[in-house]
Design a protein around this ligand. Structure first.
Ligand code: SF4
Length: 703
């Protein structure tokens, strides 16, 4: 039996695994005791990964069709790529570069991401490349950039062990990041004085273990955080020396939070005044580590929610020291790696901004192209809108399933059904999106590919294949390099394409990416595959000459903002995008189950992962069910202004009155054509453009 070190391909905790294989078969998996993210532990999902290494649901060879009404047929790689190239080249020639788009994934490796981004922005000349990370972390990114100046989580897992107060907001860490939660449990055992505050509309497993639980009304986080700052000001918990030395904009924020009295905030959030005061005192005394996820991010005011929480850290000086800091928990395994290489519509390599002419010039020079286009690309929701209205005529989707994961699915399915040409590049052929593909390209997946991933604490791990690629599958980066070279010839840029895409192995891509980071906040010029293999996973930054990465940022109080000072963001509370009313009286919230991952392409193949929860349910409060004469297990029709679902209802004391909850995982293959996103809305945050997947107004009727 052979053993290969890798990482778990599910969540952003980024646990190290050891894959056990015999020949071309993965036969076992266990936690890597040497990996600093998990020290050998795995959750139920990670520990069953080997059971998902089966081939019956995989895309194993290329398929294509010449007409929309025809079924796809198995073809050679040459035929499939030539067909894709022909359509993309013709579309670009006839309608310009912005008539094509790429929608990729936080589950790709960093090297894959780099090639996609260079293809779109460097060769084709469009910024229409976005990713499902837009649905996941873009509000956290916007919050960091607005306040601290860079997309860089300043804390690390080790801070859990040093904190005196853990402030979890909008995260069911026990389910969504289980190994982080194990670490929290250990820290509480070791330090009985450690306080755990949980802010969530739902009494989740995480909330049930809290010392203080604040069950706020959906979307009212900014009011709560502003209210806590109001209390901190009254009680002398603000560190004015730190504020004066290291920040700007506090006076404006002070003016804003003046009106957020505990009384007003208690009314808005639906929690007792005394609990708001207690939360402010515990947070302000610290050291406080806040951990947060989609409850803050997937919101039409996501950037403000993130910034308002970071304000609390800056005001109390709870940042840059052991046990203190804002710490966004990354949803996907490599959402951060994708941002590092600029693989989004508004970014460029190494955390550069597309809107900055200097940054565009730097990357154009680095790539050796005339220019990087300045026209902003389409973010996720905008991209599918552009597909629907005919602006984008050829779309390439890789390693993600937007036909399940995007909000307002009715609209997205319409777009996918009508786009003139669609390529889907994926490891799985049974995902909802694949049925719309004109060309299906089979990609390698976990345990079969080489590259790097970055986890929530900025830690980069080098992963290598444990087994050979099955069937005719190919690594994502290689598919794109092949496509890019062929497209270059069709666009009469053949020589340029060969210069831009000379790679024969992922290490060459990593080395090029590494060079783009020189002098940037995420400088990894001291890192190499060899170093990662010999010294283990490393946190960035790790500039040339450094012996190891940096665990914690901003210890010196200098921030990557002009003048070196962090900025307070003065944000007022805004209500959810879709308010409840007489027709749609329930607040729907969405979330993860403990044992499932995303759209279940992988976890849905493991029977024991259904032992925890067997089927999708609408969870409701007992009083609400009684008022509607609903019994446990009744079939109900759940409707929003965009669509409806039929599913069973279940009484739950986790759910507050006038609220309801549906897990996010079940999609078309399990739920008669649609999942929870048939109900959600596509309204997005104006800065981060992340849609409000966490909340919608619904009605519930007995079916
Ligand atoms: Fe995988 Fe996340 Fe579980 Fe770790 S916590 S084993 S990364 S799913």
């Amino acid at each position: 039996m052979q053993e290969t070190k890798s990482t778990c391909c599910y969540c952003g905790v980024g646990c190290g695994v050891i894959i056990e294989s015999e020949g071309d078969r993965i036969v076992g998996v266990r936690g890597d005791p040497d990996h600093p993210a998990n020290f050998g532990r795995l959750c139920t999902k990670g520990s069953t990964l080997h059971l998902t290494a089966r081939h019956d649901l995989r895309a194993l060879y290329p398929e294509m069709r010449l007409e929309k009404h025809e079924p796809r047929q198995r073809v050679s790689w040459d035929d499939a790529l030539d067909h894709a190239v022909q359509h993309f080249a013709q579309t670009i020639r006839e309608h310009g570069p912005d008539s094509v788009g790429f929608y990729i994934s936080g589950q790709l490796l960093t090297e894959d991401y780099y090639v996609f981004n260079k293809l779109a922005k460097g060769l084709i000349g469009t910024n229409n490349i976005d990713t499902n990370s837009r649905l996941c972390m873009s509000s956290a990114v916007a919050g960091y950039k607005a306040t601290l100046g860079a997309d860089a989580p300043p804390a690390c897992y080790e801070d859990i062990d040093h904190a005196q107060c853990l402030f979890i907001a909008g995260s069911n860490t026990a389910y969504a990041h289980p190994i982080v939660f194990r670490r929290i449990e250990d820290a509480r055992k070791n330090n009985p004085d450690l306080k755990l505050i949980v802010v969530d509309p739902r009494r989740t497993d995480t909330a049930q273990s809290a010392d203080l639980f604040l069950p706020i009304q959906p979307g009212t986080d900014v009011a709560l955080f502003n209210g806590m700052l109001h209390v901190m000001l009254w009680e002398g918990l603000v560190d004015m020396d730190y504020v004066r030395a290291h920040t700007e904009g506090f006076d404006a924020l002070k003016e804003t939070v003046r009106e957020y009295t505990p009384k007003l905030v208690a009314d808005i959030c639906g929690v007792p005044e005394a609990d708001i005061v207690t939360a402010a005192r515990w947070f302000g005394t610290g050291p406080t580590l806040s951990m947060y996820c989609q409850g803050l991010n997937q919101s039409s005011s996501g950037t403000d929610k993130n910034a308002a929480l970071i304000n609390l850290h800056l005001a109390t000086g709870q940042i840059g020291k052991p046990g203190a800091g804002p710490f966004s928990l990354t949803g996907q395994p490599n959402a951060m790696g994708g941002r590092e290489v600029g693989g989004m519509a508004n970014l460029l390599s190494a955390h550069r901004n597309l809107a900055d002419p200097q940054h565009r010039a730097e990357i154009a020079t680095f790539w050796g192209v005339e220019q990087v286009p300045d026209k902003p690309g389409k973010s996720a929701v905008e991209m599918f809108d552009a597909v629907k209205n005919g602006e984008i005529k050829a779309l390439w989707i890789a390693c993600t399933n937007p036909a399940q994961s995007m909000p307002d699915l009715g609209s997205v399915h319409e777009a996918l059904a009508n786009v003139p040409f669609l390529v889907v590049q994926d490891a799985y052929r049974n995902i909802d999106t694949a049925r719309y593909a004109d060309v299906l390209l089979p990609a390698t997946t976990w345990g079969e590919k080489e590259g790097t991933v970055t986890n929530s604490e900025r830690r980069i791990t080098h992963v290598v294949p444990a087994v050979a690629a099955p069937g005719e599958t190919r690594p994502d980066w290689q598919i794109m390099v092949d496509f890019a070279r062929r497209l270059g010839f069709m666009l009469e840029k053949g020589y340029e394409a060969l210069q831009l895409f000379p790679y024969e192995a992922p290490e060459a891509i990593f080395n090029e990416h590494r060079e783009t980071t020189r002098g940037r906040d995420l400088d990894i010029t001291g890192l190499s595959y060899a170093m990662l293999d010999s010294q283990g996973p490393q946190q960035w930054p790790l500039p040339e000459g450094a012996m190891q990465g940096q665990a914690r940022l901003y210890a010196d109080g200098v921030f990557p903002q002009p003048g070196g000072k962090a900025k307070f963001v003065s944000a007022k509370y805004r209500a959810v995008a879709e308010k409840t009313d007489a027709r749609f009286p329930f607040h729907l919230t969405t979330g993860r189950m403990r044992d499932q991952w995303h759209g279940m392409s992988r976890t849905g193949t493991v029977p024991q992962l259904f032992n925890h929860v067997e089927e999708p349910m609408l969870a409701m409060n007992a009083d609400d069910m009684a008022r509607r004469q609903l019994q446990n297990g009744d079939l109900v029709k759940v409707s929003s202004r965009r669509g409806n679902l039929m599913l069973r209802v279940k009484e739950s004391d986790e759910v507050m009155p006038a609220q309801a909850y549906i897990p996010m995982h079940w999609g078309g293959q399990f739920m008669n054509g649609a999942g929870v996103n048939a109900l959600t809305l596509s309204n997005f945050d104006p800065v981060s453009k992340q849609p409000e997947l966490k909340h919608a107004a619904i009605k519930v009727e007995k079916a």
